[in-house]
Design a protein around this ligand. Structure first.
Ligand code: UDP
Ligand code: MG
Length: 325
């Protein structure tokens, strides 16, 4: 297999501002790769509309009628970046030798895809796009992201540093990914667990071409908290350790109180009593909350709800029904 079939998967949520440029740049780029014989002329670009409320789907659909390489997948509702990406990956897997995922905002350098394919031909099943610098991110995003990677590492989760979801995966790596059946799938953590030969390609990340980030601070926080608690039980162990330590100290304190009661000074007692009630009460609440988080995870997983539902798929079923309503 010298000329692989490549599919580029692009999750889009309310991206009408940047989409025309993204469509044209990716289409031209893929055309070049085909002409140079780097990839097969059966290669495609699949735009996944993650329940957008703007013109995103109309644009994608129109482009899919005009350009032979462009396809669209419309999800039944907004399911979030990770699940939208999965929808795209699993839809294209059977018809591709390798699949590249990239954001719609063109922050990632599309030229790097050429190197991805080169690495794939050299035998790598997973190629990570890694940001060399984070110049274009705000100071806040940089520091919080760095803190997140450090925290994850401390919790024993293996993440590729400064790698977002810009990567190439071979068909068999995607087959592997499909066997991770958890509902709450944190791709950046799962992909390194698939195994196979992997490598990284470095690039400079640019500013968002247009539109605004779809990750609010709230989404980012919940994304990282989910990331940590779905990969590691270290937090729950830490809480247990804190509980043990405070139990130990309260024993010492108890001995001290008994001692002072029987050998001399009488304590008024109120301060220490209240202090320990608050301390222990606080610790308990914290522990219960954390246990609740894990129990909640189990609850969600046990329902085995679908990660996404497809509304319209022009990748596998071109023109099968009236596609715009
Ligand atoms: N995205 C999505 N569903 C969502 C939120 C975002 O498909 O609910 C897409 C979005 O259109 C973009 C990618 O995920 O292509 C990354 O989002 P964004 O660029 O806003 O994140 P940032 O780069 O700021 O972290
Ligand atoms: Mg972005």
């Amino acid at each position: 297999m010298n000329v692989p079939i490549l599919t580029i998967v692009v999750p889009c949520y309310n991206e009408e501002e940047v989409l025309p440029e993204t469509i044209s740049q990716l289409n031209t780029f893929l055309g070049q790769l085909e002409e140079e014989g780097v990839v097969s002329d059966k290669s495609k670009i699949l735009f996944v509309d993650d329940g957008s409320k703007d013109q995103t789907w109309k644009m994608v659909y129109k482009a899919s009628l005009q350009e032979k390489r462009i396809r669209g997948l419309k999800l039944s509702k907004n399911v979030g970046h990770q699940n939208a990406l999965l929808a795209g990956l699993f839809t294209t897997k059977e018809a591709s030798d390798c699949v590249v995922s990239i954001d719609a905002d063109l922050q990632d350098d599309i030229d790097v895809i050429r190197e991805f394919v080169q690495k794939f031909k050299e035998g790598f099943d997973i190629v990570y796009g890694v940001r060399r610098k984070r110049d274009t991110d705000t100071y806040f995003k940089k520091t919080t992201a760095q803190g997140f990677y450090k925290l994850m590492q401390a919790m024993g989760v293996n993440l590729v540093y400064n790698h977002a979801d810009f990567r190439l995966m071979s068909k068999r790596a995607l087959d592997g990914l499909e066997r991770f059946e958890e509902v709450n799938l944190f791709l950046r953590g799962i992909v390194p667990l698939i195994g196979f030969n992997s490598t990284s390609v470095y690039y400079d990340r640019k500013e968002r071409l247009a539109g605004e980030t779809k990750y609010s601070l709230k989404k980012m926080l919940s994304f990282s908290f989910d990331g940590i608690t779905s990969f590691s039980v270290t937090p729950i162990r830490m809480v247990m350790a804190v509980g043990c330590i405070s139990f130990f100290f309260s024993l010492l304190f108890g001995i001290y109180i008994l001692g002072s009661k029987y050998f001399g000074h009488t304590e008024s007692g109120w301060t220490s009593l209240i202090a320990s009630i608050w301390l222990i009460g606080g610790l308990q609440l914290m522990a219960i909350g954390l246990v609740g988080e894990y129990v909640g995870k189990i609850y969600n997983e046990s329902k085995r709800r679908p990660k996404f539902i497809v509304d319209i798929d022009t990748f596998n079923l071109p023109m099968s029904r009236k596609l715009i309503n």
